[in-house]
Design a protein around this ligand. Structure first.
Ligand code: V0D
Length: 252
């Protein structure tokens, strides 16, 4: 099985034909950056980059599924992204529906479960409808969890968890002495998911308010390619680098 995965890689990525693909990260999170810049470089409108980025989502999801990754979190839209031009935001808000039309059949066939983190506040009705369909049609699936962060911001998530805990203390459901890291964790939107083992970000080297609590011990991997160029091989390379780091810590 592990050798088979290794065989899926092409010669450029494979530094060594005998790399054992063990220690697959259970949870991989990705900040998919550089879509607009990829398009502009080619004289195309920014939205052409967002559309092309869906192909990378497809490739990386297939690879994660084949490797046995349990959770793949993809940052699709941040609460900061509302500041972009209205035309671009309008286009982005149509992508969940387009994605469903293009991908849902294969995802269902692969037993993938779609989940969402973020706030519904401010999302157009048609987008919410698409998200509901994606969630409901895959909710019984038991394979890869494909977790889209959409209209998500990490500080707002933490603030909400503080409010929810404070309310429970006020009503007597909890006492202050019950508050610990694991209690906070259960009040975050990622409740029920393990923390990411590996974060990949294309193009930029910063966290931009993404999963600040959850990334406390995560391995960080930055790739200099634009998200629409991020292929299966780039993903496998990131996994190999993760495994190299895990092995090194283990041997000290
Ligand atoms: C644009 C590149 C899939 C990154 C990929 C609304 C930015 C394409 C979804 C999607 C976006 C989200 C939820 C869901 C099903 C699909 C998506 C947005 C942007 C923002 F349930 N791709 N995608 N959502 N892009």
């Amino acid at each position: 099985m592990l050798q088979k995965i290794s065989n899926l890689m092409n010669r450029q990525t494979k530094e060594d034909g005998h790399i054992p693909l063990e220690n697959i990260p259970q949870h991989v999170a990705i900040i998919m950056d550089g879509n607009g810049r990829w398009a502009k470089q080619r004289g195309l409108p920014r939205v052409a980059g967002h559309r092309e980025g869906m192909k990378s989502v497809r490739e990386v999801t297939r690879a994660a599924d084949e490797l046995g990754v349990k959770v793949l979190t993809l940052y699709a839209f941040s609460t900061e992204n509302w500041k972009r031009p209205k035309d671009e935001v309008d286009y982005l808000m149509k992508l969940p529906q387009d994605y469903i039309n293009l991908e849902l059949e294969e995802l269902i066939e692969k037993n993938v479960q779609i989940r969402l983190i973020g706030t519904e506040e401010g999302l157009p009705k048609h987008t919410l409808e698409a998200l509901k369909i994606a969630r409901e049609k895959t909710q019984e699936n038991t394979g890869l969890i494909l977790n889209f962060a959409l209209n998500y911001g990490s500080r707002a998530e933490i603030v909400q968890s503080v409010k929810d805990i404070a309310t429970k203390v006020k009503t007597g459901e909890l006492e202050v002495k019950d508050i610990d890291e694991s209690l906070v964790q259960t009040h975050l939107l990622t409740n029920g998911l393990t923390d990411p083992d590996l974060l990949i970000r294309t193009k930029e080297i910063r966290l931009s308010n993404f999963m600040l609590w959850q990334l406390a011990y995560t391995e960080l991997y930055f790739s200099d390619v634009y998200w629409p160029e991020f292929s299966r091989d780039h993903f496998l390379k990131a996994i190999l680098e993760y495994q190299r780091r895990v092995r090194r810590y283990g041997s000290v």
